[in-house]
Design a protein around this ligand. Sequence first.
Ligand code: GLA
Length: 440
Amino acid sequence: MRFSRALAVAILALCPLAAVAQAAPAPKVPQKPVQKPAPPQGVAQTPPIHPNNKNLLSGTPPMGWNSWNFFAGRVTDQDIRNAADQLVATGMKDAGYIYVNIDDTWEGDRDADGVLHSNSKFPDMKALADYVHSKGLKFGIYSSPGPQTCARFAASLDHEVQDAQLYAAWGVDYLKYDLCSFHSVVMAAQAPNDKAAQMRLMIAAYDKMNRALKATGRPIVYSLCQYGWDAVWEWGPSVGANLWRTTGDIQPNWQSIYSILNEQAGLAKYAGPGHWNDPDMLEVGNGQHVGTGDRARFVELTLAENRTHFSMWAMLAAPLLAGNDLPNMKPEILAILTNRDVIAIDQDRLGREATRAYSDGELDVWTRPLSGGAMAIAVINAGSDRYSTHPFHLSLAKLGLHGPLQGKDLWTGKEITLTDNMPIELASHDILLVRIPAPK
Ligand code: GLA
């Protein structure tokens, strides 16, 4: 059975025990996520690069799987083990998907010493981490700088050092740190009328956990999640971030994916080896319930939309964190997620993100410089079907290029020759993704 995140949250709200009905002690029940306030206006602070900020990643964007986009608050220990098993069995691990990340709703209560325990959905975190590691994979976890996570589970405020030590003891390799209640409980409460002071509090909170992680001595990828507030790309590296969310939450529909994509234009200069813009996790293979009553139906992303989403996240040098139901993945979705040529774009050693070269009506053209002088060109049809009767025309001149250019179409796997003003037929929301070895 397929679930959308909205449905999962609705189920949790209506039937809280469904997600956590296991052994005592009863964990905190997932509730409606904390409503996020509107982003404040930019009051960018640019603190100096922290001297302890050594990039933990070898240089390329992290790849793996995260529980939130499919399971949301229903995720259990068994789901994480299944995901690890499937990454191996499907060949995704061999394609580069290494991190297995539990998102929100694993947390239980703190004991008298302030030590955080997992809830009954996750009976033994150390054993789970060991299981993931035994598969040759890495283990990720989630918390917030506030007192509660977005799903209102216990978070790290005033326990940063203790939590970081706990993660290290469990064998955590990756932390997603999500602003959530820190905004209302600390920022808005301590500096109600001073947005700049609020932002300083936020940056300090991210640096506090950065230092706590560093102090463990364990390499832990540090993933900031605060929806892009205060131009995080300008200060993320200074608080040790390996990646930072640039947007609000992605949804499994084209409008969400395309609007996030457009928000990334202009951010290329902030990404580079070891520190990446994060336009949120992949929705490839997902869908959502729409309509009510007789009109209620489940709408999956089309194959074209899945292809374009995956291609463009690769063009953006984004972390490739799959978010689908791995045990029930269709072969065509696996084929998209394991397209080695597209993954190679994402993981290119040069680490330069794509820029939008031009838009022309329903057509968008993005280019990404690659190592060895190569280049990737993406042509997107953001509108309706365009067939031979009314194709697009690709302007190589607008890309500063001269045809003919020999390249590889990364979705057909065939050779392609690009010429100036060549007609391009694309179905709605589909993409032409070409790798050019040596453009002229
Ligand atoms: C926020 C984040 C999501 C997810 C949820 C979990 O909304 O942006 O990616 O982690 O919290 O509650």
